[in-house]
Design a binder for this molecule. Structure first.
Ligand SMILES: *Cc1c(COP(=O)(O)O)cnc(C)c1O
Length: 341
């Protein structure tokens, strides 16, 4: 990859902007394991307040934030209920079994979006031979679902089902701000409907590292111990937290540009004969299938030849992700290359 490469692989590939780097350089730091890093403390307080919760915990990755949440909400032989497309099932190495000793029940939602009725039907009766339904995980936006969004009312209805059955609700909000800039809902409105949530700073927000796990005082106190047990207690992490604070202050509204870019690419693809179908584009993820005969390997090689990187997402499927380091000009360039295939 060169500096000219247009990278549509993921929104994790962004590099810190000059302004973000300056904020990192200027950060006041301390030893966060002793809770003496003022910048980490500031990031955690900011995130808790934003989502209307008591407390928050800075984590090295979104995977760790989710895995800690699973561990704190459950006991071994419990079960977590989620969509089959969920990151916690697809891309976290089966960590739910490894770290927490729990079972998983997978539901078939609508592009990764669960309905209250599906969740209700999945709650198990109490028998000695069944795992105990304990936790529901929703993902907003849903990565494998093509960046699909939960309507607030849908989340509220799922929360009501959870309450009725005594289940906790965790939100994998790796891309929650992509959802919020589209719906206009506030972080506090979302926060009010869940017991805990994880937020990625290193996806579309453009920080180099880090996620935040948000919840009640008691939840985060336990989460902090589990993070340490997983080896995720960091020392002068304020340099990274400073990037996160900068991202929250400067990079949320601009996510709309990424969404517009994804829609532009979708419009281009819609007119091309080698595209079989495109999943609805709601945010910054664009998933489409190629017609039989047009193989992803050949398509991706064509892009590569023109210094554009993307990935296959199934035997006939391609995923593009737009982000901070993909400009309008680059999107137009990708359009030309797509038309030339
Ligand atoms: C990226 C992502 C995560 C966390 O990923 P890390 O690479 O571990 O930071 C969690 N959930 C979703 C939906 C994601 O897309």
């Amino acid at each position: 990859m060169t500096s000219k490469t247009i990278n549509l692989l993921s929104d994790t590939v962004t590099k810190p902007t000059p302004g973000m780097l300056e904020a990192m350089f200027a950060a006041e730091v301390g030893d966060d394991v002793f809770r003496e890093d003022p910048t980490v403390n500031a990031l955690e307080a900011k995130c808790a307040a934003l989502f209307g919760h008591e407390s928050a915990l800075f984590c090295p990755s979104g995977t760790m934030a989710n895995q800690i949440a699973l561990k704190v909400h459950t006991r071994p032989l419990d079960e977590v209920i989620c969509d089959e497309m969920s990151h916690i099932y697809q891309y976290e190495v089966g960590g739910y079994a490894f770290h927490s000793g729990i079972a998983i029940q997978l539901l078939k939602g609508d592009n990764g979006i669960l309905s209250p009725a599906l969740v209700e039907a999945a709650v198990r009766p109490r028998f000695d031979w069944l795992p105990v339904s304990r936790l529901v995980v929703v993902e907003n936006t849903c990565n494998r679902g093509g960046g699909s969004i939960y309507a607030l009312a849908q989340l509220r209805a799922i929360r009501a089902v959870c309450r009725r059955h005594g289940l906790a609700l965790h939100l994998d909000g790796a891309r929650i701000f992509n959802a919020l800039v589209e719906t206009g809902d506030t972080p506090a409105q979302i926060g009010a409907e869940v017991d805990s949530l994880s937020v990625c700073l290193s996806k579309g927000l453009g920080a180099p590292v880090g996620s935040v796990l948000i919840g009640s005082e008691a939840f985060v106190a336990e989460a902090r111990r589990v993070r340490k047990a997983m080896g995720g207690g960091m020392r002068q992490a304020g340099y990274l937290a400073a990037a996160g604070i900068y991202a929250l202050d400067h990079h949320i509204e601009r996510l709309k540009d990424d969404h517009a870019h994804a829609r532009l690419l979708a419009d281009t693809l819609a007119a091309l004969p080698y595209v079989a179908n495109i999943r609805p584009v709601q945010t910054n993820i664009l998933i489409f299938d190629l017609v039989a005969g047009a193989t992803p390997a050949r398509f991706l090689a064509h892009l590569k030849q023109h210094d554009i990187v993307a990935t296959s997402f199934g035997p006939q499927t391609i995923r593009f992700v737009t982000h901070l380091d993909v400009t309008r000009k680059m999107v137009e360039r990708v359009g030309e290359v797509l038309r030339a295939f």
